[in-house]
Design a protein around this ligand. Sequence first.
Ligand SMILES: *Cc1c(COP(=O)(O)O)cnc(C)c1O
Length: 445
Amino acid sequence: MSNINHNIPLSASQLQLRSLESVWHPCTQMKQHETYPLVPIVSGKGVWLYDAAGERYLDAISSWWVNLFGHSNPYINAAIHDQLEKIEHVMLAGFTHEPVVLLSERLKKIAPGALGHCFYASDGASAIEIALKMSFHYWLLCGQPQKNNFVSLQNDYHGETLGALSVTDVAIFRETYAPLLRPCTHVPTPDWRYAETGESPEDYAIRAADALERYLAENHAQTAAFILEPLVQGAAGMGMYHSAYLQRAREICTQYQVHLIADEIAVGFGRTGILFACNHADIAPDFLCLSKGLSGGYLPLSVVMTSDTIFQAFYDDKTAHAFLHSHSHTGNALACRAALATLDIFERDHVIETNKSKAAYLNKIATPLTDHSKVKNFRNCGMIWAFEVETDDRDFAAKCFQAGLKQQILLRPLGKTIYFMPPYIINEQEIDLLVNATLHVLDTL
Ligand SMILES: *Cc1c(COP(=O)(O)O)cnc(C)c1O
């Protein structure tokens, strides 16, 4: 027998120490935990996370942008419990089940355009891999194997597996893993923070789209797809842009026979104020990638939705003409059931409408923040808010995170950008608390 202490629950300090001995945490320089202790979470309810010492934190970033309707949501919990009594998981090759059928039918109804076919995976990066492979394979099946390159936006983020990282433009990742990655062109971002003084976000978006057009005019014969984060570039520090870019990008891709892949992994399901960011420009992509909020943030689930045209190209007697891709947990029944419950809540609670008044309330009370001397570029899109903080501190993000915890809020700045991406069930009192605590954090740093 080992001498590991199996007594649970573990105390806060046991959790912190034992985690550092055996858990390698994501996106983390582990050595920083010599200075900053881990936060040992034991439960959650609504917007609140509770730690082992009894402290609570308002989850202002929806646990990495995934949670939509709060932690331990009674309705989603009940759906998962019910599914657990039926079937937790069965492979999706050769088998099917009710949750995956119902979910696919509902997604078809709500997705932009006519994206009638749902291919499932477990996380966002895998959905990107699928869209890239499917796009290339489609052109191969059409006798155009030379269409095997991808274009993405400057500063775009699409996940961290090798294919997804190839189309990602985040300096630290690209530089480190460059020898493992396929070359990819990044065309200028429409993010209005890059506009010339006096240039409107719309004019700048159109100018950025001209650069895409120039690139595709030259290179469309070798290009399978253009992939982008519609409307908000999350990892770039919530860079926001005008929907005119989406409109033009759709026209340009159609004109040059290049697929348009919309990565709505972060912005899908109401984040930008309507169900999908593509809806702002009334466009439909050729591939729509969804994850994060898809299961309400409960369980790992992602989906790539695509058109009949693309599906039909693979429909053949030959095995090699099938789409050659699978994940063990593809279409997991519990995750699909959580997703169905999530879609129920959207309908039942008129979430898109309710979010409009919540966003208006936050914007109304945010004046002390927008007028704050350290705050630059305060911006909002649907249920996302972001601003840059004027500071020379290179350790700003870590210090802000710590200062936030002291004020009962979970903030995780991207560099010098503070952002809010709260669960949609946040109420006015909690919004007050979020804004006031953030002001307090700015003043203590
Ligand atoms: C989070 C994210 C991904 C990757 O999803 P994972 O589940 O973390 O692999 C891809 N694209 C965008 C826009 C994201 O925000």
